[in-house]
Design a protein around this ligand. Structure first.
Ligand code: PAF
Length: 283
């Protein structure tokens, strides 16, 4: 695996790979877990070469968020990617990505609003901006993102469509299903923040979401199921629930109940850790 940290070295490295086949990109912020490795494995199936980026993007963290605490383990990540047969690791510094004088921001209206967009102002601008830059830097044929960050995926698809990005078409942006721990908790680099007690509590998130979906499927109205879900999460030990909402999976428009295409989206906090999850609501 070739590790590259400067734009000057990146272009020849990606061109060399593209000369002998298709190139897939898996953008990450590192602290890799099985969820990331699932993205890498899908990318390997789909393309001749795989590039992974590891960049903890300061622009997608709010002033009071965990930028400094975010786990960084480049040597370990690099070893994991080597085993997975990744050809290129793109690991730039913040100065390389946002040099002195950097002044451009990409803001995607609509799908960025509500859900995490309401609780994390500016977050999706930071994501859209860095992903646009990563696409232009690496110039992949296809790219892979986890469905745990469903809203992020919707923002990236909208941005790629709207800006006519260099990827051949929007279908080139692939969502990969959530990878879960044995007790159902969605894998996330932020799970590392949880104490043993908090980790046990966290399992209530997928469990109570599944229970809420079962009630919706049985015909209980969303206006009673969603507040009850919030109550169950608080009861289980979560400190607060940022949102528990039903939205259409494609455009993230609010839906009233278990209509086709609906997903349940939840964000809840334990101590300083904010966990998110989403699941399809089968009517
Ligand atoms: O999902 C992530 O890890 C990040 O938001 C991404 C897509 C790599 C952009 O920094």
């Amino acid at each position: 695996m070739h590790t590259v940290t400067t734009l000057a070295d990146l272009r020849p490295a990606t061109e060399a790979l593209r000369a002998s086949g298709t190139l897939a990109l898996v953008p990450t912020m590192g602290a890799l877990h099985e969820g990331h490795l699932a993205l890498v494995r899908e990318a390997r199936e789909a393309a001749d070469h795989v590039a992974v980026s590891i960049f903890v993007n300061p622009r997608q963290f709010g002033a009071n968020e965990d930028l400094d605490a975010y786990p960084r383990q480049l040597a370990l990540d690099s070893a994991l990617l080597e085993v997975e047969g990744v050809g290129l690791l793109w690991a730039p510094s913040p100065e390389e990505v946002y040099p002195q004088g950097y002044a451009t921001n990409i803001s995607v209206a609509g799908v960025s609003e509500g859900l995490c967009g309401a609780d994390r102002p500016g977050h999706f601008d930071g994501v859209a901006t860095v992903v646009c830059k990563l696409f232009n830097q690496v110039r992949p044929d296809i790219a892979f993102f986890g469905e745990k960050d469903w809203q992020q995926l919707a923002v990236i698809r909208r941005m790629a469509r709207d800006l006519d990005l260099t990827l051949p078409h929007v279908e080139a942006i692939h969502g990969v299903p959530i990878v879960r721990e044995a007790d159902g908790l969605a894998m996330s680099s932020r799970n590392a923040y949880l104490s043993a007690d908090q980790r046990a509590t966290a399992a209530a998130l997928p469990r109570e979401m599944r229970a809420a979906i079962a009630r919706l499927a049985a015909g209980d109205p969303a206006h009673s199921v969603l507040p009850a879900l919030t109550g169950e999460l608080l009861e289980a030990g979560f400190d607060s629930v940022d949102y528990a909402e039903l939205r259409h999976g494609d455009n993230l428009a609010p839906t009233a109940g278990a209509a086709p295409g609906t997903r349940l989206f939840v964000a809840a906090r334990i101590g300083g850790t904010r966990l998110i999850d989403n699941m399809p609501v089968v009517g």
